[in-house]
Design a binder for this molecule. Structure first.
Ligand code: ATP
Ligand code: MG
Length: 236
C-alpha cells in the first residue's frame, strides 16, 4: 500500500538555522500519528515542511507516492492536505458562514462528502454562530470553525497543530471526540498537542521529536508502557 504521506530524511531551515535534521515519517491510510516533543523541538516546523509552507532543503515529501517536495502550498492543498495552524486558520473579519463557504471544494476524487449540512451536524455549536464574525467567537468555537474550514476542503489528510491549546477541559473533550469521529470517516491525520492521554487514546503511531530528530516511534500501547521515554523526552 502506498503511504498517504511519506517524509524522507528532510532537513529544514529558517534562514541559516538548521531545524530539522533528517526527519522521516510515514502516514498510512486512515492512521493518526501524534507528533510529540518539548517546546521548540521542531513539531510545527515539520508540519510546515509537509504543507510546503517551509519546504525542506534536503530530503523529500511525497503524497500518495507523488513527490511534492518543492510544490507550492496550493498544489499540496489540492492533493487533499489541509493544515489547521496553531493560531487557528479562520478569517477574523469574515462571518463563520463566509469562512466555511470560502473553503468549500470537492476532494481529490471529486467527493463532496463534507458540505455545510454535515459540518453543522458535526459541530452543532457553530449553527448559532454562523453570522458571527470570526473574531467574535470563543477560543473553542474558533478551533471548531478552523477544523470545520479544513473539512470543507474534503481533505484526505489533516495536519493539526496544538489542537486543544488554551481551551477549557470540556471544549477539549468535545474536540477530541470530533477528531475521533473524523478518523472513523477514514481521514488520516498528524496531530500536535500537549494532551498526551487524549493522544494515546486516539492515535495509531506516536513520533517524538527532539532537537529536530525523531528519537522515538511506537504505537500507543507501547508508549503507554514506557514511562522512561515519556519522562526523558516529554518531562512527564
Ligand atoms: N520563523 C522562524 N524563524 C526562525 N526560527 C524559528 C522560526 N520558527 C521556529 N523557529 C525555531 O525553530 C525551532 C523549532 O520550532 P518549532 O516551532 O518547530 O517547535 P515546536 O516543537 O513546534 O515548539 P512548540 O511546542 O513551542 O510549538 C525552535 O528553535 C524555534 O525557535
Ligand atoms: Mg509548535
Amino acid at each position: 500500500m502506498v503511504p498517504i504521506v511519506e517524509v524522507s530524511n528532510i532537513h529544514t531551515f529558517y534562514g541559516s538555522s538548521h531545524i530539522l535534521h533528517g526527519v522521516s515519517l510515514t502516514l498510512n491510510a486512515g492512521e493518526i500519528i501524534s507528533l510529540l516533543g518539548r517546546n521548540g523541538m521542531g513539531k510545527t516546523t515539520l508540519l510546515k515542511s509537509i504543507m510546503g509552507l517551509n519546504p525542506p532543503k534536503k530530503g523529500s515529501v511525497t503524497f500518495f507516492g507523488q513527490n511534492m517536495t518543492n510544490s507550492p502550498v496550493q498544489k499540496i492543498a489540492q492533493q487533499g492536505i489541509a493544515f489547521v495552524p496553531e493560531h487557528r486558520g479562520i478569517f477574523p473579519n469574515l462571518s463563520v458562514l463566509e469562512n466555511l463557504i470560502m473553503a468549500a471544494a470537492p476532494g481529490v476524487n471529486g467527493k463532496e462528502e463534507w458540505n455545510l449540512n454535515r459540518i453543522l451536524d458535526t459541530f452543532p455549536q457553530l449553527q448559532a454562530r454562523l453570522n458571527h464574525m470570526g473574531n467574535q467567537l470563543s477560543g473553542g468555537e474558533q478551533q471548531m470553525a478552523s477544523i470545520a474550514r479544513a473539512l470543507m476542503t474534503n481533505p484526505r489528510v489533516l495536519l493539526l497543530d496544538e489542537v486543544t491549546e488554551g481551551l477549557a477541559p470540556l471544549v477539549c473533550q468535545n474536540i477530541w471526540s470530533v477528531i475521533q469521529s473524523i478518523k472513523e470517516t477514514g481521514i488520516a491525520a498528524l496531530i500536535v498537542d500537549k494532551d498526551i492521554n487524549a493522544l494515546l487514546h486516539l492515535t495509531d503511531q506516536n513520533v517524538i521529536i527532539e532537537k529536530g530528530k525523531v528519537v522515538y516511534e511506537g504505537n500507543s500501547q507501547a508508549l503507554k508502557h514506557q514511562p522512561d521515554i515519556l519522562h526523558r523526552y516529554l518531562g512527564l
